[in-house]
Design a protein around this ligand. Sequence first.
Ligand SMILES: [Zn+2]
Length: 252
Amino acid sequence: MPGSPGSSPARRGAAALAPLATVAAAHIAPAATWLPVVRRLGLTRLAGVGRPDHVALTFDDGPDPASTPSFLEALDSLGIRATFFVLGDSVVRHPALAQETVRRGHELAVHGWSHNRPWFPDPAGDVRALRRAIGALRDVTGRRPLWYRPPYGILTSGRWAAAHAAGLRTVLWTAWGRDWTTRATPESVRSTVMADLRGGGTVLLHDTDRMSAPGCWRAALGALPAIVSGCREAGLSIGPLAEHGTALAARG
Ligand SMILES: [Zn+2]
């Protein structure tokens, strides 16, 4: 999940950094990319803006045998394929589910090895964790991932550099459903997503409650039909990042 309700990453980051040295502040400063206004102003590529007639649908934090299969069924029935930003430690625990996700035409991408916060600069650790996650995805699915999204959307310079060196394109999002909160409902998720969604946008949802309020994935699942029909009524097609028209040649 990208953050906790009522407490922005920037605020929590500032509070945590107060006793630390300047080097730590410089390290975590790129977390400002999390802020929607910053992304809208100048980081459209990082936010995952693609071709204007298309919306990329993405799910974070899986795979989770308790919830991901329900999303696979729902996406099948809606005729939609998506991108799943998975955790390496979950992929190796649930390889059959990762394989089934790919078999159904979805795309796996890297959310990290585990869902940790980058409190201190650790560029070598960032490289190791990312390589480990890429290796797990490749071993389990036979495919090399293309995309990276850091846990909590906190993109440090070390994580960005590690992803870039590994040939992954970092993608955040343009619209989210706040589906990780205890108060989330299918209608709240739908209205939150659609308020920010435009052609070319990238939607962030979660196919598990592993990192968030128990059972909250049901709100995201329940919102899917209305989000899909809303996009279709607006003349927008929906699919994975691989079909979003973001040029891999311009990786960053
Ligand atoms: Zn996450």
